[in-house]
Design a protein around this ligand. Structure first.
Ligand code: AP5
Ligand code: MG
Length: 214
């Protein structure tokens, strides 16, 4: 199954994509994770992306489309994927359609839009901790690791994301309102959009998604 998760920063895209990926045995592809690794490794891509990410702005379309095209050329996407954080603009969505048609002879099955109010988004992002090794997401209160400060999966020390400072969080929310909302209309018009209330617990939201996509 080819799935896309849409939703504002902090809505739970990464958390739900991770569960969908494990339970359905399809790769979880996050452009945010790919870009953060590139920044950490100080590659050319990372150097280009860094300033945009630190400000809470989008990385230019052509850069992100190039990364995604390359990732979707791998063999592991033959039976499906869950895309998290891409597309984020209508131009990216149009490129995804053409990459899937031309290179994969396929098309998206469903686009899940996670809806969460802004006060909750800020609470989620400021309490978030991530594993720098395997990328798993946690929250200090809502989704705590078994051992404080350590990843359940690989034992690495958890860190806070650079862009989870409150000023950057607010800019990311504004950018989302402007650039990414038209995507909801784009996918609605194509009949692919499914809205999910993202306010419940991680497990409740996951069950709601599974019920809707079958
Ligand atoms: P990206 O990494 O994609 O960040 P984002 O979209 O801002 O979303 P987040 O990762 O912050 O939130 P999420 O929805 O994944 O929530 P999570 O599951 O972690 O992008 C970062 C930057 O990279 C962008 O700003 C941009 O610069 C660049 N970029 C990336 N893709 C791009 C693209 N396509 N085009 C251009 N630029 C791009 O959950 C949040 C927290 O809440 C966690 O702590 C989690 O444990 C907790 N939580 C999750 N679910 C629940 C729940 N149900 N109840 C309580 N807590 C919960
Ligand atoms: Mg994420």
């Amino acid at each position: 199954m080819y799935l896309v998760l849409l939703g504002p920063p902090g809505a739970g895209k990464g958390t739900q994509a991770d569960l969908l990926s494990r339970n359905r045995d399809i790769p979880h592809i996050s452009t945010g994770d790919i870009l953060r690794s590139a920044v950490d490794e100080e590659t050319e891509l990372g150097e280009e992306a860094r300033e945009h990410m630190e400000r809470g702005d989008l990385v230019p379309d052509e850069v992100v489309i190039g990364i995604t095209r390359q990732r979707l050329a791998a063999d592991d996407v033959a039976d499906g994927f869950v895309l998290d954080g891409f597309p984020r603009t209508v131009r990216q969505a149009e490129s995804l359609d053409s990459i899937m048609q031309q290179d994969m002879d396929g098309s998206l099955d469903v686009v899940i839009n996670l809806d969460v109010p802004e006060t909750e988004l800020i609470r989620r992002m400021t309490g978030r901790r991530i594993c720098p090794t395997c990328g798993r997401n946690y929250h200090l209160v809502f989704n705590a690791p078994r051992s404080l400060g350590e990843c359940d999966e690989c034992g690495s020390d958890l860190i806070q994301r650079e862009d989870d400072k409150e000023s950057v969080v607010r800019q990311r929310l504004q950018v989302y309102q402007k650039s990414s909302k038209p995507l909801i209309d784009y996918y609605d018009d194509l009949g692919l959009l499914v809205n999910v209330d993202g306010r419940g617990s991680v497990e409740q939201v996951y069950e709601a998604i599974e019920d809707l996509i079958g």
